[in-house]
Design a protein around this ligand. Sequence first.
Ligand code: GDP
Length: 426
Amino acid sequence: MSTRAIVGINWGDEGKGRMVDLIAGDYDYVVRYQGGNNAGHTVVNPYGKFVLNLFPSGIFNPGVTNVLGNGMVIDIEHLVHEHQKLEEAGFKVDDSRLLISDRAIICFPFHRLLDELQEDSLGGRKFGSTRRGIAFVYGDKYMKKGIQMGELLLGEAHLRSRIIPLVEEKNLLIEKVYGGQPVDAEEMVQWALNYGGKLKPFIKDTGLILAQAIANGKSVLFEAQLGALRDVEFGIYPYTSSSLPIAAYAPIGAGIPGAKLDSVLGIIKAYSSCVGEGPFTCEMFGEAADQLRQSGAEYGAATGRPRRVGGFDVVASRYGVRVQAATELALTKLDILSPMKQIPVCTAYKYKGELLHDFPFPGILDDCEPVVEYWDGWNCDISGVRTFADLPQAARDYVLKIEQLMSCPVTYISVGAERDAIIRRG
Ligand code: GDP
């Protein structure tokens, strides 16, 4: 029996999906434990290139059971379409190894609509939401109004009795607060019956299944979405997601709250990127930023939005390693830095003349400036390198310095998006 969590150290988009795809074959179960379809994991493997929003990234590994955990919020229309798209792209999902928690919450079209309306109404104060309804559906969860996946199994009369009052309440918000067009409650019932009907065979008490699996010596890999700095408790609140991407939440969001994590693999990017709004102290601008964005293909997988980019941020990353309680790190996208002769690294923040080495309270981040050092680049193609010893000296030094500053071993280095573009260490 072993358990491992794969989590993001930064602002998300670190390459968690590709790491899950790489090592999922060593596990019996892969469980997504939080979030919804608001972020995308890009996976490039022998089957092709795929963007997964809701499916765990273990689906390409035969023999692995993939679970959408109770901590998730699930847009069932999106999930059905994601399944179809995978099949259209030539990958046959093994339905016998797909499970959805009966306790996960359904994200409805009116959650999406409210997200849109709120974001549009906020103007310059917008959150930078992906407009997928996530904050609104988690809001309903914690207001105890959410509708759980298991309710799809309880029949039409039950669903009607749950959906209609919820829509009536949402319409008050939609019309009276945002001046939007009301939602048709009957349409929402039909939507749930239609998409929910297709998903019924997968809806199970996944907490029980996983608890029994662990008792029988099976291994579980937990997959996070987003990164430490987007965690609602520990991130750059309020510019966070509404869920908990931290590793400590993994057993809870997977339905096995007593499970211990044997290891936490933190995915840490060789430079920084951030999609959406919020303070991003290490942000670079101008031509250097454009070049980094282009060479890193930094455009949101779920939304296509250009991501903000910056040098590696020692302060924020060290904090990410701490709150994730990472026991090892995968340093991703090292190849993207290859064109740079000198590599900018944000080693501290300056706040009112004072040097900060520890990540501060988010409310002061807007007044922090980056302290930037330049480390030597290697300035040659490393995408074909597969052993640490074969990396140029400057690239090895870059990795070793990060390892030392993070006080955590770097056990993987990725040098390309493809599954095998990886260097294993230790
Ligand atoms: P996730 O949400 O953490 O899974 O990350 P995303 O999939 O949103 O973003 C990572 C992006 O970088 C994807 O497009 C990956 O295909 C790509 N990627 C991952 N690792 C590497 C790497 O080592 N090199 C390069 N060039 N691309 C990578």
